[in-house]
Design a protein around this ligand. Structure first.
Ligand code: 0GY
Length: 308
């Protein structure tokens, strides 16, 4: 009998019936950071997980993609599934080329398993350093994995919090692949955009041309909170200067994603339609929007279909 999972106390379900965004994403736009959770009865959550989510199926993800006007998604393996990539792979295969995946693998992964992941649409691995989400993995193990997946043309996605960047700097700058940072390295947006913490992140991108960033998750980073229900002009306004600075300075190395179904949010659950309305505040011209939503993710995840 399938195991029955009970979601973690305080866990909010994802937003039902998201609004129609006012901002129309360009044709061919990619939501480059989202997840699937289970369903637990079909794809059980990992024993080592730090939280138990609600179900968020591939059909629900595809419906959101279509509703928001995106053409494609990149599904990032969530920690609640550990290194069992079956739910993500199942979604990628079902989408018939409209989804790519970022997996979690251990050192024990075989070349045949990597080849099967590639065939399913996986183009990267995620290394997670957020202590509330994962147990520590030795750096030599991660470097070994990075060397192997680099040979497949894959990249490494890193997730960490801003206070940990100094300690992780040497490891990150030793990675031999393209490196994609989740959510701008989670800056503390109470600090100034020109302050020492975010300046270090900008230096990281400036000095290392292989480093990209997702300018995602205003709902996670904000202190001022969500937009008013009427969709006020400055949704998540305290995050805008940070994301805008990254887009302006590195327009060819930025990605954007909804982060649906928004794991671990306990204060408010964003309306994904309003999250899309955040985009023109951080990528302020049609050209920047095209780079952020189409050119950059296509170059990274669908290079065989991408031509300038
Ligand atoms: C995110 C953020 C979080 C969680 C995960 O894999 C995950 O569990 O990524 C978080 O809790 O900050 O990018 O989805």
């Amino acid at each position: 009998m399938a195991e029955v999972f009970t979601k973690t106390a305080g866990w909010l379900d994802w937003y039902q019936g998201p609004s129609q965004p006012r901002f129309r994403v360009p044709a061919g736009a990619v939501d480059a950071h989202c997840h699937v959770f289970g369903p637990g009865a079909e794809f059980p959550f990992a024993p080592e997980r730090k939280y138990t989510p609600c179900d968020a199926s591939k059909q629900q993800l595809f419906a959101l993609r279509d509703h928001l006007g995106f053409a494609r998604n990149v599904i990032v393996q969530a920690t609640c599934h550990g290194a069992d990539n079956r739910a993500m792979v199942d979604a990628c295969i079902a989408a018939q080329g409209r989804e790519r995946g970022v997996a979690t693998v251990r050192r024990s992964v075989t070349d045949a398993e990597l080849a099967a992941l590639h065939a399913a649409g996986v183009r990267g691995v995620r290394f997670n350093f957020v202590k509330r989400l994962v147990d520590f993995t030795p750096k030599d193990e991660l470097l070994e994995i990075a060397g192997r997946i680099g040979k497949l043309g894959w990249h490494v996605v890193i997730y960490f919090e801003a206070v940990d960047l100094p300690e992780l700097w040497d490891f990150f700058t030793a990675l031999p692949t393209t490196v994609v940072v989740d959510h701008m390295g989670r800056p503390d947006v109470k600090q100034p955009v020109d302050g020492p913490q975010f300046s270090l992140f900008l230096k990281f991108m400036r000095e290392h041309q292989n480093v990209w960033s997702k300018v995602s998750c205003p709902e996670r980073l904000t202190v001022t909170g969500p937009p008013a229900l009427n969709g006020e002009q400055h949704a998540y306004r305290d995050v805008i200067p940070f994301a805008r600075r990254v887009v302006d300075e590195f327009p060819d190395r930025v990605l954007w994603g909804t982060d649906w179904p928004h794991p671990n949010l306990k204060d408010h659950m964003p309306d994904d339609g309003l999250l899309v309305d955040f985009i023109p505040h951080v990528a302020v011209t049609a050209e920047l929007q095209r780079k952020l939503l189409v050119d950059n993710p296509m170059r990274l995840y669908w290079p065989e279909e991408y031509s300038t």
